[in-house]
Design a protein around this ligand. Structure first.
Ligand code: ES4
Ligand code: ZN
Length: 330
């Protein structure tokens, strides 16, 4: 349709993308074979059939199992390169991608291997022009804060080499029972070192986790944040501060955060003046990249062109690029 063509033509920025979540079953199988990793599936079809999730944890179990095929610098390059190609087909011009070093260092992969492969693909795309990227190192919240601090310390010797890409730190994985307060110290350290801060909050967790991500961690964007709507005072706070929310509609549907896309609160939050953005989260697992997320949302919530344009603009506004770059975009 005409609206779908409008969506495909919109320049986009993606602010909530786990690079390990862009691992398509075909590449998962190829890397498993190359690296001699046993997968609990016989075929690509079996993998796809397993992508039927009841909640966040049921997804995370498969996501961490899949990530085990990633071993060499070239593997991380291939993963990131494939994502960028797919994103560019959706007219994505800028990505601030998440990566989870602890998932890899726990398997004996050196943190340099992870940084180097992802960064090489981002730099190659940037050199061809019309595309830019950044890396946000995420701490796994089901692990301890000591483990997060050790991960930040292990990455620090790489800071100068990746200064053009590594702009921030984030917090992901199992939310409920792992509140933002658990990571207060490591976020204080990262903030003092000049990193930009984000955290997943209010995906499955309560609105109180969004408050503490803002007040205790002092994050500059909330990843997901859809449960903010349960707290009217929080909605006012998010609207008045124009605190960005990186919403992931197809993710919310696949992980049963909403049971029908027509019940998604994205349009209500947008119309209430919040700085809402659309993102793909783990596109290989949730059934769609950026355009699919925009289209599913637009169709279910009857978004108009003006609203779609506002959503796309919000993402460029909420990005961590220089004011000069934002002026060029906006
Ligand atoms: C994630 Cl959807 C989601 N939530 C929390 N942590 C994650 N890691 C990868 N995808
Ligand atoms: Zn996420």
């Amino acid at each position: 349709t005409q609206l779908h063509d409008f969506i495909r033509g919109l320049p986009k920025a993606e602010l909530h993308l786990h690079i390990e979540g862009s691992l398509e079953p075909e590449l998962m199988f190829a890397l498993a074979q190359k690296n001699g990793v046993q997968l609990p599936y016989a075929s690509v079809e079996e993998v796809r059939a397993a992508y039927d999730f009841a909640d966040l944890q049921s997804f995370l179990d498969l996501y961490y199992a899949g990530a085990a095929v990633l071993q060499t610098e070239q593997d991380f390059f291939d993963l990131t390169h494939a994502y960028i190609e797919r994103a560019q087909a959706d007219n994505v011009r800028h990505v601030e991608l998440f990566f989870d070093p602890q998932t890899h260092t726990a398997r004996g992969i050196h943190i340099t291997t992870v940084f180097s492969g992802i960064a090489r693909a981002l730099r190659e795309a940037r050199a061809k022009q019309g595309f830019s990227g950044a890396m946000i190192l995420c701490f796994l919240r089901h692990l301890s804060e000591e483990d997060a601090i050790a991960t930040l310390e292990a990455a620090l010797p790489l800071r100068d080499e990746y200064a053009d890409l590594w702009t921030g730190v984030g917090l992901d994985s199992a939310e409920v029972g792992n509140p933002p307060e658990k990571f207060a110290h490591v976020f204080t350290i990262a903030q003092a070192m000049g990193f930009r801060l984000v955290a997943h909050a209010g995906e499955e967790g309560p609105p109180a986790y969004i408050h503490s991500a803002l007040d205790v961690l002092q994050v500059e964007r909330i990843d997901h944040g859809v449960r903010a709507e349960e707290d009217p005072a929080l909605m006012t706070r998010l609207q008045q501060s124009r605190m960005p929310l990186t919403v992931c509609p197809l993710s919310n549907l696949k992980l049963c955060v909403v049971k029908d896309m027509r019940e998604h609160n994205l349009a209500r939050m947008l119309r209430a003046g919040l700085c809402v953005t659309i993102n793909s989260d783990d596109p290989a697992y949730f059934g769609g990249y950026m355009n699919a997320n925009y289209i599913a949302t637009a169709d279910a919530l009857e978004l108009g062109k003006e609203e779609l344009l506002q959503l796309a603009r919000n993402a460029f506004e909420a990005s961590f690029v220089t004011p000069e770059q934002k002026q060029i975009w906006l």
